[in-house]
Design a protein around this ligand. Structure first.
Ligand SMILES: Cc1ncc(COP(=O)(O)O)c(C=O)c1O
Length: 342
């Protein structure tokens, strides 16, 4: 495993990825339709770099994973942010998608379950989007499915390609081993889609990083081909942390938190804290102020919703041990009780 591997991934890993899609998603892909990158992140970036330039628009529902708009801008494209508020379950609707599409639209990026909100699209919700896409053949679809296996409802994971196979010629499915197998440091992600797009992605990767690391590709193949029991255990642990964290946050005056359907984040609203005054007299004007207050006063690191395209919210990771989450929530409660009313 000490040598350079094939740029688009070892045969063993691409076979394991093809088997994953057959087994878990009922989708068949040829080995020339699969590429392996240094994380899902690199696959997404390479796909954008290979396909967009000045004047190209990429529709990104907000809240979004922070990297999408920045990647689009690095590639000279224009991110078209579509706000998806809490009333819409933080999800894009068919009419909102339709309204955002222009002749310049190149991609729609979907992320379900979502970072930061944990929102998961149901079959009906996903079908509403695929129906719009079928009316706009110039729009390609990129799905970031990295949290596919971290879901808390009994609803099955919905791949738009399973719903609408006619999108196959313009859909890139992105996934990886970072979240499902808790292997983020291995840096292995993959993309499956039309062979010409996969070739273009490989050209970019070939001139930048070359193949992902050979030992990591072997480890990822072992994870995909191995006993999947670990995945359900991890899901149960995340569910416990979600339930406990959501309950503890909702017990804090000024914070409201809906239980996320997936991923390992919670995205509580903090509108009730805006306008309150810190013990040092400073007023909390934004969710960034709240995040900084929690960092300074409670020693708890959270991120502001503004960074994810929707405020006033916070994003908290629950990829931590339950006792640590309980301590963190207790400290947030104390910090909120120390605030003066608005
Ligand atoms: C939505 C989303 N996509 C992609 C990634 C990155 O995945 P990878 O580690 O495979 O690059 C993350 C990691 O936080 C993520 O939250």
């Amino acid at each position: 495993m000490t040598r350079y591997g094939p740029v688009n991934g070892t045969l063993r890993l691409r076979k394991a990825i093809a088997a994953k899609y057959r087994r878990e998603n009922g989708l068949s892909f040829g080995l020339d339709q699969i590429t392996v990158g240094v994380g899902a992140k690199q696959v997404i970036y390479n796909a954008l770099a290979a396909t967009i330039g000045a004047g190209d628009e990429v529709i990104i529902p907000a809240p979004y994973w922070v990297s999408y708009p920045d990647m689009v801008m690095v590639c000279d494209g224009t991110p078209v942010i579509v706000p998806c508020g809490e009333n819409a379950g933080f999800k894009l609707t068919g009419p909102a998608l339709e309204a955002a599409i222009t002749p310049g639209t190149r991609w729609l990026i979907l992320n379900s379950p979502s970072n930061p909100t944990g929102a998961c699209y149901s079959e009906t919700e996903m079908r509403a989007l695929t129906e719009v896409l079928m009316r706009h053949p110039h729009v390609a679809l990129m799905t970031d499915d990295i949290y596919e296996h971290i879901r808390f409802s009994d609803e099955p994971f919905i791949s738009p390609l399973a719903l609408e196979p006619r999108l196959a010629g313009r859909t890139l499915l992105v996934n990886g081993v970072s979240k499902t197998y808790a292997m983020p440091g291995f840096r292995i992600g993959y993309g499956v889609g039309p062979a010409d797009l996969i070739r273009a992605i490989s050209v970019i990767q070939s001139q930048t990083t070359s193949a992902a690391a050979s030992p990591s590709m072997a480890a990822a193949a072992a994870a995909l081909d191995g006993d999947q029991g670990f995945v359900a255990e991890a899901r149960a642990a995340y569910r416990l942390r979600r339930d406990r964290t959501v309950a503890l946050l909702n017990a804090i005056d000024g914070i409201t938190c809906r239980p996320p359907d997936g991923a390992f984040y919670v995205f509580p609203g903090v509108a009730g804290l805006i306008g309150r005054r810190r013990p040092d007299g400073r007023v909390l004007v934004s969710d960034l102020d709240v995040a900084l207050y929690f960092l300074e006063e409670a020693g708890v690191a959270v991120l502001d919703g503004t960074a994810y395209g929707l405020s006033p919210y916070l994003r908290l990771s629950i990829a931590a041990a339950l006792p640590d989450l309980e301590t963190a929530c207790a400290r947030l409660k104390t910090a909120c009780e120390a605030l003066q009313p608005a």
